[in-house]
Design a protein around this ligand. Structure first.
Ligand code: GLP
Length: 242
């Protein structure tokens, strides 16, 4: 595990964008695993800037996103499909045919999970997976559990996640209760993993995940076992790391 400590959120985004840019430079047809939430926004802004300057191109890149809320159509302004289009895809010329995200409206949830795992396999796996981290240590929507769940699956969101995500919705009742998420195996099979975190609010989570035991009660802790894992944290989020 490598740790890159930065001064603040903007620098965290710049460092993560540089790692992704290096990946695209070395392998222009990379498969990128992407994340949503407020953490990746500065990363995506820096990537868009690098594209505008002509330093990198997404022309041959394909993407798979970690997760999607069950029940939200792709056009809903809180769906992760919408988030990705407006915060990255449209600005770097990634059209829908080269991006993938679980279908929140799938009729048959089990079939949708199988389809997603097969899709990742058919792309040849993920070259670089970008992750944020939930306050309870979740990655994607892999919530604390007694076991590490392997493949894409439907999860019931925990109260802590619903509380954390309600800020994006008009009312708490509007927050979907279920989501589809890639599983821990999907994430661990990515050839490189980069997790970003910033702010004092994440400090305890970061210390539990990366300076404590590997346990499914803190799903991100399994990344300690990944062969090519980089943690990019700002000073506040790193403040409780030894
Ligand atoms: C959601 C997403 C996660 C993300 C987490 C943290 O629950 N499913 O992928 O890492 O939120 O979000 P934020 O970056 O806004 O703290």
């Amino acid at each position: 595990m490598r740790i890159i400590r930065t001064e603040n959120y903007e620098q965290m985004g710049r460092q993560a964008a540089n790692l992704i840019a290096a990946q695209i430079t070395l392998k222009p047809d990379s498969v990128l695993g992407l994340a949503t939430g407020s953490s990746p926004l500065s990363t995506y802004r820096h990537l868009i800037e690098l594209v505008r300057q002509g330093d990198i191109s997404f022309d041959r890149v394909r993407t798979v996103n970690l997760d999607e809320y069950v029940g939200l159509p792709a056009g809903h302004d809180q769906s992760y499909a919408y988030f990705m289009r407006t915060n990255l895809f449209d600005s770097v010329g990634l059209d829908a045919s080269r991006t993938n995200i679980p279908n929140g409206l799938a009729q048959d949830g089990d079939a949708e999970c199988r389809r997603y795992d097969e899709l990742i396999a058919s792309l040849g796996g993920i070259d670089l997976q970008l992750l944020g981290i939930g306050l309870n240590g979740h990655i994607g929507f892999n919530e604390p559990d007694d076991v590490f769940v392997q493949g894409t699956h439907k999860v019931k969101l925990t109260d802590s996640t619903i509380q954390a995500n309600k800020r994006f919705f008009e009312k708490e009742e509007d927050v979907p209760r279920y989501a589809y998420t890639m599983g821990i195996r999907d994430i661990m099979q990515a050839r490189r993993v980069v997790l970003i975190a910033s702010g004092k609010g994440k400090a305890e989570t970061i210390a539990r995940a990366f300076a404590g035991p590997v346990t499914p009660r803190v799903p991100a802790s399994i990344l300690q076992l990944h062969k090519d894992f980089t943690l990019v944290v700002d000073a506040d989020a790193a403040s409780l790391l030894p």
